[in-house]
Design a protein around this ligand. Sequence first.
Ligand code: NAD
Length: 332
Amino acid sequence: MQTILITGGAGFIGSNFVRMMVNRYPRYNIINMDAMTYAGNLVNLSDVNSAPNYRFVKADIRNRKDVEQIFSTYGIDTVVNLAAESHVDRSIEEPEVFLTTNVVGTQILLDTARKYWKVNPNDKYCKEYKHGVTFLQISTDEVYGALDETGLFVETMPLMPNSPYAASKAGGDLIVRAYYETYGLPVNITRCSNNYGPYQHPEKLIPLMIQNCLAGKDLPVYGDGMQVRDWLYVDDHCHAIDIVLHKGMPGEIYNIGGNNEKTNIEIVRLIVSTLGKSERLIKYVADRPGHDRRYAIDNTKITTELGWKPVHTFEKGIQETIQWYVRHENKE
Ligand code: NAD
């Protein structure tokens, strides 16, 4: 592993992951490719912008010519695909772009990786690849659908996505799997639970609630607010990605989660009380169509086989996160 293409590196998880990799591995070249949709923000990366092992390229994963250009210019040997349309509400309003980016874009990256990594470029069925190359698809627990009050998602469960976002991520996962089964491309897939931490777009639950709370605005909570999510601090997710990149077995899927189930309303109340505001700001609104009730991850495989474990407790991580958004209010 020498030259890592990180797609979607200007987004929430991407920018945290790029920063970690640039600082942790000065010997790797980190190429951040991002189309800079509304969700990308290069201010997120101003501290690593001039690092000698870092380059940013503005390009879209759906543009085959640009993707090929990046592979040939930089000699990419590793791909971590974080580029995605990621907001469930938007996927309900406008599903098409979710399919073109999350499915077709992923397939274009896979195809390009295959083209540049095959040992014999003239053999269209070649299943042998250059030493050490790998393609890591960053996916989500939402591909499994919803759980009742008990049970956990395990990697072998059938995919039952409910939102257009989750369906597009499931489609991405399946095409990654097909490239492993059909062409032998060395791939991994990670499926992580909800992340929280710095640099998240203000459309998502935690930053939205903090921002509205600070401005004294209403805090819209879907339905009864009893939807359960399994929250993980973004740095813990980034460390898990790093471990899968270095130790993952080809073709394997790894769930990532911190055993931290919270209801949405618990999170909102915690933000309100931490910021010393009134719960009268909380306003229950009509539930999102197809809103999954509960997600929860069984992380046994990654903890036992690869030795990953989360290091941030929710109590500490959420307080640090709230304080980060307070410090950065109106700065981005
Ligand atoms: P995000 O929306 O904050 O960032 C996505 C990034 O991808 C943005 O910078 C955007 O500009 C870029 N992008 C979008 N379309 C692109 C395209 N066609 N070509 C190139 N770049 C493009 O998302 P995030 O929350 O950081 O999520 C990153 C990945 O992790 C996604 O694949 C998501 O499904 C997955 N994931 C997220 C969470 C979470 O809680 N946020 C949990 C599990 C998995």
